[in-house]
Design a protein around this ligand. Structure first.
Ligand SMILES: [Zn+2]
Length: 76
């Protein structure tokens, strides 16, 4: 029976991790599907990890297709 408890524990732990990830800010490009992750930033444009999408420079564009910020939508 101990192993069952262990598995349930593991399952609950995974759910908690997933819910934490769910709160992470993500924006997705409506053209190509590129996703901007708050905690990754955009190394190709010198955007440091932790930079909120709203704080990106106005001339920032999608690194994959060149879409402007207006073409991004919050991804939930
Ligand atoms: Zn794009």
């Amino acid at each position: 029976m101990l192993s069952v408890i262990f598995v349930v524990d593991l399952f609950l732990g995974t759910c908690l991790n997933l819910s934490q990830e769910g709160t992470m800010e993500k924006y997705v490009c409506t053209d190509c599907g590129y996703t901007y992750f708050l905690d990754e930033g955009d190394p190709t444009a010198d955007i440091h990890p932790g930079t909120p999408f709203d704080d990106l420079p106005d001339d920032w564009v999608c690194p994959d297709c060149g879409m402007t910020k207006d073409g991004f939508r919050v991804f939930t």
